[in-house]
Design a protein around this ligand. Structure first.
Ligand SMILES: *Cc1c(COP(=O)(O)O)cnc(C)c1O
Length: 355
């Protein structure tokens, strides 16, 4: 399989001078999930499992593009603010590109797996006593005052790279789905999907475009409320954003596609998160379950009849935040190490020894 930038170069800002950087991102599985579809009451459901990207989230699609363009422009270092996945991806691709990466994160708000990644990939990690917004402000000022490339989603190449997920879905299905459900945080991804579907449509690769169904967490749902949220709160840290950078693009994607942007509660997110793992063996991070939580809410309320082909974007891998997963369950107490005890614990009949 050619690298992502090669495979979709006609749809991307790739020139003859653009280095074809890659960690084999993209080409992620599109998994047919009939059991989950049945539980939700929809006809046909597929999960685009973006947790299978090299650093475990869809951020790699945008980062490979942004980093390739930074290299092309002669950059030597890059900087980003992040609550996790962006920093992990930036650190990995900067290393791959031979660039220095500076990552600025708010203290205490980053999941263990994501922190481990930034450290392991060798980024210069700065933890600030402040919020994500504070971190982003510092990054913006650094970008103006120093010869350093900002790779937050204000970097236009990020969204371009992320359009590739829409192309892959259409290529795999042999056409566009009827609906695409996904979590919305900073709203770059919903913007990218709409741009991707539209580009494929305009160039005659697909005959229709899906309705986009975006879901924010109830405690961080500025687009749903129509105003910024000063203190966003949700268990789904990857979408804990009160003032999305791509807000107006997300609204345009919603309206042009005939879709919607709604909210789901933390309980709905966590229930969907557990069901995806339990019913289909797809373990994602909590934010990534917002699309499934939202579909369940819509179909359950009769706002969607569940007919047609649905794709839900599963944005990041479950191992990003193992602590939260383990906390969902009572820790098993150790028992005596013999067969009889294990059988009794499982409620099985004792086996008869065979000689
Ligand atoms: C970044 C991220 C999101 C939110 O995507 P936006 O483009 O900010 O809307 C959702 N889930 C995961 C796992 C993410 O890393």
């Amino acid at each position: 399989m050619p690298s992502l930038l090669e495979r979709y170069r006609d749809f991307l800002p790739v020139t003859a001078q653009t280095p074809l950087l890659t960690l084999n991102e993209g080409n992620t599985p599109l998994i047919h999930v009939p059991r989950l579809a049945n539980a939700l009451g929809v006809d046909e459901l597929w999960l685009k499992f973006e947790g299978m990207n090299p650093t475990g989230s869809f951020k790699d699609r945008g980062m490979v593009m942004a980093m390739a363009k930074a290299l092309e422009a002669g950059a030597q270092s890059v900087v980003c603010a992040s609550t996790g996945n962006t920093s992990a991806s930036a650190a990995a691709y900067a290393t791959r590109a031979g660039l220095e990466a500076v990552v600025i994160v708010p203290s205490g708000k980053i999941a263990l797996g994501k922190l481990a990644q930034a450290l392991m990939y060798g980024a210069k990690l700065v933890v600030i006593d402040g919020s994500f917004d504070d971190a982003l402000n510092i990054v913006r000022e650094m970008g103006q005052a120093h010869p350093i490339t900002v790779v937050n989603s204000v970097n236009p190449y990020r969204i371009e790279g992320q359009t590739t997920a829409a192309y892959e879905i259409c290529d795999t299905l042999g056409g566009a789905p009827d609906y695409l459900a996904l979590p919305v945080g900073n709203a770059g991804n919903i913007t990218a999907y709409w741009r991707g579907f539209t580009r494929y449509f305009e160039r005659g690769h697909i005959a229709s475009r899906p309705k986009l169904l975006g879901f924010q967490a109830e405690g961080a749902a500025p687009i749903v409320y129509g105003q910024p949220v000063c203190h966003p709160e949700t268990v789904a840290t990857a979408i804990r954003i009160g003032n999305p950078a791509s807000w107006s693009y997300a609204v345009a994607a919603r309206d042009e596609s005939g879709g919607l942007i709604d909210s789901v509660t933390d309980d709905e997110i966590l229930a969907a998160w557990r069901d995806m793992a339990r019913l289909e063996g797809v373990f994602c991070e909590p934010a990534s379950a917002a699309g499934i939580a939202g579909l369940r809410k819509l179909v359950g309320a009769g706002r969607n009849d569940g007919k047609g082909r649905f794709v839900a974007v599963v944005t990041g891998h479950g191992l990003k935040d193992p602590e939260l997963a383990v906390k969902q369950f009572a820790a098993p107490e150790p028992v005596a190490a013999d067969l009889g005890t294990v059988e009794a614990l499982l409620g099985w009949e004792a086996s008869v020894a065979v000689h």
